[in-house]
Design a protein around this ligand. Structure first.
Ligand code: ADP
Ligand code: MG
Length: 322
């Protein structure tokens, strides 16, 4: 039965590519990296009840397992080519695999991404996807390279996925007329859209880039550590969706935007001289972009509140310093 599932996966994900010499079906895939390109690789695992709530639809898991990996390639400015899929399933559940592959392919197909191999085993539900992408030599966008004076920008809106998770866990009131907002936030949690075109556009422009998977403060903090700089963020400049602001008060929405995970937007640093060019380039791609602060000498990330004072992210959340 395991071979039936592998055959199902092979058929539904079929994606002809010249650089796949040998795909699913042998002991290993054989792949040809195009001349003059470097290979960027990443892997991420999603565990049932840890990285997605129990009961998440199979198609959503399939989409998200690939999306979180493509987001890592986006943050490097790489274009995706191949993937490996390790599926651990409690039983040989054909309906689950069909749903999973449907969500996976919805995202893979438009990218012409080929699934070239994987592993299928029995155990508690967990999914690992590894992705491979190409980037011109020396052009990968990294976390290093941010400089004092750079503008800090993010794509899209922040905090939606964390709010979606919170909304899922709340008892539902049928008559409050806000189902549309709730659905939007849950969709942002289950179906993140990796910012691949933006990442490629930023390759020649940004000094440093990271995808926001663990929350803005944590991930911008990674840029600061890797680059040996600090950052100052303006709370008033954080892009927040009307759904987030419609369902949560300002303090809670700010907390989600600063510390919530799973947004898969890009946070990046560009020299001030390139700011308007980069904003125009991303807008042309249909990608929302906001300047949220700047890189400074020093270390760590500080957040300026609406009245100009620094916020404290201690025990009580994002409050003013006493
Ligand atoms: P082996 O025992 O040699 O590792 P398997 O029986 O595990 O081979 O897998 C057979 C073929 O199917 C291999 O090419 C493998 O890459 C592929 N495969 C197995 N599971 C998956 C999966 N979940 N997704 C994609 N390819 C898979
Ligand atoms: Mg195997």
């Amino acid at each position: 039965m395991e071979f039936d599932l592998i055959e199902l996966i092979r058929q539904r994900t079929a994606q002809p590519r010249d650089d796949v010499r040998l795909g699913i079906g042998d002991d290993a895939a054989v792949l040809a990296v195009p001349a003059g390109q470097e290979l960027a690789v990443a892997i991420d695992t999603l565990v049932d009840g840890v990285h997605f709530p129990r009961g998440t639809a199979a198609a959503d898991i399939g989409w998200k397992a690939l999306a979180v990996n493509l987001s890592d390639l986006a943050a490097m400015g790489a274009s995706p080519a191949w993937a490996l899929l390790s599926l651990t399933l409690p039983q040989a559940d054909r309906a689950f695999v069909e749903g999973f592959v449907e969500g996976f392919v919805q995202l893979a197909k438009p990218q012409r991404l080929a699934l070239v191999g994987g592993d299928t085993t029995r155990g508690p539900l967990a999914v690992s996807v590894a992705v491979h992408g190409f980037v011109p030599p020396g052009k990968a966008l990294t976390r290093q390279g941010a400089r004092a004076g750079d503008a800090v920008l993010v794509t899209g809106t922040l905090g939606d996925a964390a709010a979606g998770l919170h909304a899922l866990q709340q008892p539902r009131r049928d008559d409050d007329g806000r189902d549309g907002l709730r659905t939007f936030l849950i969709e942002r949690l289950n179906r993140p859209v990796p910012r691949l075109a933006a990442g490629i556009a930023l390759r020649e422009q940004a000094h440093a880039c990271v995808d926001v998977s663990d929350g803005l403060l944590a991930d911008l903090g990674h840029i600061c550590t890797a680059s040996g700089v600090g950052a100052e963020i303006d709370a008033a400049l954080l892009p927040r969706s009307s759904a987030l602001l419609g369902l949560y008060d300002d303090t809670t929405a700010l907390q989600f935007a600063l510390s919530g995970g799973d947004d898969y937007e890009l946070c990046f640093c560009v020299p001030a001289t390139r700011l308007s060019q980069v904003q125009a380039d991303l807008s042309r791609l249909g990608c929302g972009v906001s300047r949220i602060g700047r890189i400074v000498a020093g270390a760590g990330v500080r957040v300026r509140g609406h009245d100009g004072g620094w916020l404290d992210g201690g025990r009580s959340g994002w409050e003013h310093f006493a």
